[in-house]
Ligand binder design. Structure first.
Ligand code: NAP
Length: 249
């Protein structure tokens, strides 16, 4: 039977997996992207962009395309798509693997203040700082809109389509990897006294965390959301081995 792998991507790991799986005989590789980034990395194999329209529509897509296996390599904070994938795979009876980047662990000298979401981060930041480096992506900036006593340095991959919805702040653009020395210089140049981050894991965006530690700055860290269970690996090589096991059986 022809095997068809759907990679739910949008992450560096999803892209690396697509590159690794593209050469496997007897396998068609399809990467699915939410479409949030204007110029995503180019990928081998097929690519589809945009939401499916919920879990049952994703299940319909699996049946219509003859998808035979799914790897959920989405960002650890993209919980809705992961829940939908779990539900759709269960409905169609498809094997599903989660590829989840390990979270960063607190190190000696880290001053992390854990919060559950962006609203809680906004409530906390006013207690600990007045000049914040906000690096949580564009979707939840609005949670900080009501804060008058904090100036924000907001780093985004793509420009906003609308004005920055914050009382005081500036937007800069950049896509990782970010070097710790550059992050140190950025924090100093803007006199940042608190960092607001998600625990994305991986090396590409860790520089700001290390730089905050060096400068003894607090980090308001939005905790990872709960994700659906199931078989889970934390690196691309293990995900490729999972695919090869399926192709061999
Ligand atoms: P989400 O809340 O899990 O997904 C919302 C909807 O977007 C899904 O229900 C689905 O729409 C669609 N979608 C998401 N990922 C998709 C994919 N790979 N292929 C097709 N459709 C997809 O995820 P999110 O809105 O993308 O992001 C949530 C949070 O995760 C953001 O606030 C952001 O901070 C973080 N994130 C970070 C990165 C990063 O690289 N730093 C990347 C992605 C997300 P349908 O229900 O219509 O199918």
């Amino acid at each position: 039977m022809a095997e068809r792998l759907l990679i739910l991507g949008g992450t560096a790991e999803g892209a690396a997996l697509a590159r690794g799986a593209a050469g496997l005989a007897g396998l068609t590789v399809v990467s699915s992207l939410a479409g949030r980034t204007r110029t995503p990395a180019s990928l081998p194999g097929e690519t589809r962009v945009g939401g499916f329209g919920g879990a049952s529509a994703m299940a319909d897509y699996f049946r219509a395309t003859g998808t035979t296996m799914v790897i959920d390599a989405t960002h650890p904070y993209a919980a809705a798509i992961s829940r939908n994938a779990a539900e759709a795979c269960a409905a169609v009876g498809l094997p599903r693997l989660n590829l989840v980047r390990p979270a960063w662990a607190r190190e000696p000298g880290d001053d992390w203040i854990g919060v559950d979401d962006a609203d809680a981060a906004a409530a906390k930041v006013v207690e600990v700082g007045t000049r914040a480096f906000l690096t949580i992506g564009r979707q939840e900036i609005g949670a900080f809109a009501g804060l008058d006593g904090v100036w924000f340095l907001v780093r985004l991959i793509d420009p906003l389509d609308t004005p920055l919805p914050l009382a005081h702040g500036e937007v800069i653009h950049g896509r990782g990897p970010f070097d710790v020395a550059d992050e140190r210089a950025l924090l100093a140049a803007h006199r940042i006294d608190v960092v607001i981050a998600k625990n994305s894991g991986g090396a590409a965006t860790y520089g700001k965390i290390a730089a905050a530690r060096e400068a003894a700055l607090p980090v308001v860290m939005i905790r990872r959301p709960a994700l659906p269970g199931g078989e889970t690996v934390d690196d691309v090589a293990a995900a490729l081995a999972w695919i090869e096991d399926r192709l061999a059986s």
